[in-house]
Write a protein that binds this ligand. Structure first.
Ligand SMILES: [Zn+2]
Length: 411
């Protein structure tokens, strides 16, 4: 179980002068390839889910797979929600498994960006979750953005200092000359500006649009406080190249044959990046320092003074209301399978992090539901306990499955 707190992960990189890769996950091939590359490098890694890409895949399905992959991985992993436009989206990402979030108010006027970011920080910190904000606009090299005449706007060091102080963000994305998508020519980076931003804010800096830079440029970024590099276009091009060459060479065969080698190609490129950025071989140090990410199960056992139909209604309302509270990942409302149980009903509410125990208890929707609906229905003498998940040792897969996984093939 190597899901870790993203704050610990990035502060380790910031202090030790290397950068963690945040690789966009857009399919199961990307998830497998990125984990394979990080594990081969013994490096910490961030699995990145970018909100504007959610039309391309089913986020809820893919993030569930990523969570399972992170839990089973021997290297430290964090799951990030990237470019969330508002608080609702942040709460949704946390509910489904992200344990780091980026709020993108970069296109808003400064004051509104501060206001939005501050509200996200308050809610996310109440769930134990670290937040990245962005100041300045990272250029977009996608064709439609270029056609619309969109340009980057560089980050100003003084504004960055104010923004960090007023919002209390944990990490800051800066605009100093990189862009989303790949340019064919070399990027001209404003390193002097980056030095001044780093001095002004003193928190880990994040580079978006990390593809296409030279090794020397990466080194300069890391020297100036960059602790995380978002990298996607480079991986996407390598995966696409492999698919194109498979299409030319493999004239027969099905979809699995056409996809052969894609996971490996992604894994190799991830290994190369993690080596250049100094993250390779750091997994052990990070695991020794970083807090493991443990969820909490909030358990309530109770009886009711109401008839079964009324209790069912109350439970359905509870699932809807309580399930929307920030930091809640699942609401299970159950009835004893057999008659005569000491407690006929139960709630099991899963919290993303121990900090949610307090923020949930005080949340107005929880308070209102408890006072007007649950407590009037519950008989005296209920039990309520919060359980912290402990280190887990899951059963090993059957030999054939383990061997197929090692080979990278089917059973
Ligand atoms: Zn970005």
């Amino acid at each position: 179980m190597a899901l870790v707190n993203m704050r610990d992960l990035l502060y380790h990189a910031y202090r030790q002068h290397y950068a963690v890769g945040a690789f966009d996950i857009v399919s199961l091939d990307f998830l497998q390839g990125v984990l394979r590359g990080a594990e081969a490098s013994r490096a910490p890694v961030i699995l990145n889910f970018v909100v504007p890409q959610f039309g391309d895949y089913d986020f809820e399905l893919l993030v569930a797979a990523a969570l399972a992959g992170a839990r089973r991985s021997p290297v430290p992993v964090a799951l990030n929600l990237d470019h969330a436009p508002d608080l609702d989206c942040v709460v949704y990402g946390i509910r489904h498994g992200c344990n780091g979030v980026m709020i993108d108010g970069s296109r808003l006027p400064f004051e509104r960006n501060v206001e939005l970011t501050r509200s996200v920080v308050q809610t996310a910190h109440g769930c134990g979750i670290a937040v990245e904000g962005e100041l300045g606009i990272v250029a977009d090299y996608a064709e439609d953005a270029l056609a619309a005449g969109e340009r980057g706007v560089y980050t100003w060091p003084d504004e960055a200092r104010q923004y960090v102080r007023q919002t209390k963000v944990d990490f800051l994305a800066v605009s100093i000359g990189t862009g989303h998508g790949m340019r064919s020519d070399r990027y001209d980076l404003d390193l002097e500006r980056l030095t001044r931003i780093n001095k002004a804010v003193g928190i880990p800096l994040v580079i978006h649009g990390g593809s296409g830079l030279s090794d020397a440029q990466y080194e300069c970024l890391i020297d100036r406080g960059v602790a995380r590099i978002n990298y996607y276009s480079g991986l996407s091009q390598i995966a696409a190249r492999r698919l194109r060459s498979n299409c030319l060479v493999k004239r027969t065969g099905g979809v699995v044959a056409l996809g052969q080698g894609v996971v490996e190609a992604i894994g190799k490129e991830v290994e190369r990046c993690l080596s250049v950025w100094g993250a390779a071989g750091r997994a052990g140090e990070v695991l020794a320092e970083a807090a493991p990410w443990n969820e909490v199960e909030h358990l309530i056992l109770y009886n009711s003074t109401e008839d079964a139909a009324r209790v069912e209604e109350m439970m359905a309302e509870g699932r809807r209301v309580l399930g929307a509270i920030p930091g809640v990942r699942r609401v299970y409302a159950g009835r004893a399978l057999k008659d005569g149980a000491k407690y006929r009903y139960c709630w099991l509410v899963r919290f993303a992090h121990p900090d949610v125990v307090d923020s949930y208890r005080d949340h107005p929707d929880h308070v209102a539901f408890a006072e007007t609906r649950f407590r009037p229905s519950a008989a005296p003498g209920r039990i309520s306990i919060d359980y912290l998940e402990t280190a887990s040792g899951d059963a090993a897969p059957p030999r054939e499955v383990a061997a197929a996984r090692r080979r990278g093939g089917s059973i």
